[in-house]
Design a protein around this ligand. Structure first.
Ligand code: JHZ
Length: 411
């Protein structure tokens, strides 16, 4: 069920720096139903290691993807700012990649089809690929053609035979989830048209370090890329990295544009200046990571101390958002419903469930109006603005927000 990854996923060397062990954890997206409440869910080791020459962080253990991805409770459509982001991304990519009506767009890890919906509205031909049976079924029912599988060279070949090559292949928050990147790149190369573009978005290692986002470490996120590590990865591949743009989504991500070798190279100069900029983040130095782990422990301590004192004062504390990253934080800090009475979340599939191990109930957003809290911990801190706007009655009732990342802050 678990394999140890003791060589760098980018360069293959084995001299890795182990610096942060979060302990044994249940998978973040395996929420517990009433049915399984009294059963003990599986837990797997969660620790990160770094390849200093690549400036690349990776998990030390790889959990079998079938455990993580065959049934998936996270739905992109539940976060309205994310849906809005997809709508804008669609417009941008249609322009950037010169797509026309009928162009084939393939989304790897298409989830509930939120991104493809926007392309279909613009008259593109869209195909999603996702291993989650519940999501693929729902997307197909919603009229978004979705292949329930991982994206492999075999799947890529079958798409080309049936629908021809793709003008655009997207992967939002999937690239970091794949163990065998060589295999993934081979599949993209097979399916991409000669002038096609591959676009991926995922959390940026530089932002994770800068904003202390240690909670984005969970079993699904096998890789934490710097721009340097991406240039090294693609240098050895049939595809060419054209650009790596920093974008704010999910607390700081990268959007990369990739083409078949020999395609456009107009952004090459920008990449080299970004690499120079990245040097200031010291992603090749042990000390950067050592300090990151120390800061994570400090956040944990401060959060526990705060919640313990609020519990002593009999304050009513709830959580806002039950994202995967919240599960890392909750279990790392060993929080239970003694401290967080319940968590409200906008994803219907998460309701009537409990957080894994800690067993905190997850409830619909309306419950918050029925019982406004004294304090609300925003676990989905990347959407803090939207969440505070939606729940401004908390403030009006004299309640306060706690934002745990980058540092525990009361608002
Ligand atoms: P959100 C997901 O992680 C999963 P998560 C995945 N593994 C990945 O890589 C990252 O994205 C990048 C809720 N919410 O998007 C909805 C509200 O309740 O930060 C979600 O459950 N009210 C693919 O899970 C959660 O918060 C709201 O108003 O860490 C947000 O999860 C809004 C806006 C969201 O990602």
């Amino acid at each position: 069920m678990v394999t140890i990854k003791d060589t760098c996923r980018i360069c293959g060397q084995s001299n890795l720096y182990d610096f942060f062990d979060l302990g044994s954890m249940p998978p973040a997206n395996t929420l517990i139903s009433q049915h399984t409440f009294n059963m003990k869910e599986p837990e797997f080791p969660l620790a990160v290691t770094v390849c200093l020459p690549c400036g690349f962080m990776q998990l030390k253990h790889v959990v079998n993807p079938n455990i993580l991805f065959r049934y998936y409770q996270y739905m992109s459509s539940a976060s309205s700012p994310y849906v809005d982001h997809f709508r804008k991304l669609t417009g941008l990519l249609i322009k950037e990649c010169s797509l026309v009506k009928g162009s084939l767009v393939i989304d790897i890890g298409s989830n509930d089809g939120s991104l493809l919906k926007a392309f279909i509205k613009c008259d593109m031909k869209a195909i999603g690929i996702d291993p989650a049976q519940n999501l693929a079924r729902q997307a197909n029912m919603d009229g978004i053609e979705t292949i329930c599988n991982y994206f492999t060279p075999q799947v890529a070949k079958s798409i080309v035979i049936k629908d021809g090559p793709a003008k655009l292949v997207t992967a939002t928050n999937v690239f970091a989830h794949v163990d065998n990147l060589k295999n993934l790149i081979e599949a993209i190369d097979i399916v991409l048209d000669s002038d096609g573009t591959f676009v991926a978005q995922f959390s940026y290692l530089g932002d994770i370090i800068l904003s202390n986002a240690f909670d984005t470490i969970y079993h699904e996120h096998l890789s934490y890329f710097s721009i340097e590590s991406l240039t090294r990865l693609f240098a050895k591949s049939p595809l060419e990295l054209i650009s790596a743009e920093k974008i704010p989504i999910h607390g700081g991500s990268l959007r990369i544009l990739v083409k078949k070798r020999g395609g456009r190279k107009n952004l090459a100069t920008k990449l080299s200046s970004q690499l120079t900029e990245e040097k200031a983040l010291r992603l090749h130095e042990k000390e950067t990571y050592r300090q990151f782990a120390i800061r994570a422990q400090a956040v944990k301590k401060k959060l526990i101390n705060l919640l313990v004192s609020l519990a002593k004062d009999k304050k009513f504390v709830v959580g806002l958002g039950a994202p995967a990253k919240g599960i890392t934080l909750i279990n790392f800090a060993k929080l239970t419903d003694n401290y967080i009475r319940f968590i409200v979340d906008s994803t219907p599939a998460k309701h009537s469930h409990f957080t894994p191990r800690s067993r905190i109930p997850i409830v619909p957003e309306r419950v918050l109006r029925e019982s406004p809290p004294d304090y609300a911990v925003i676990f989905a801190w990347n959407f803090a603005e939207e969440i505070m706007r939606k729940t401004n009655f908390i403030k009006k009732n004299g309640g306060k927000y706690i934002i745990p990342i980058p540092n525990v802050k009361i608002i």
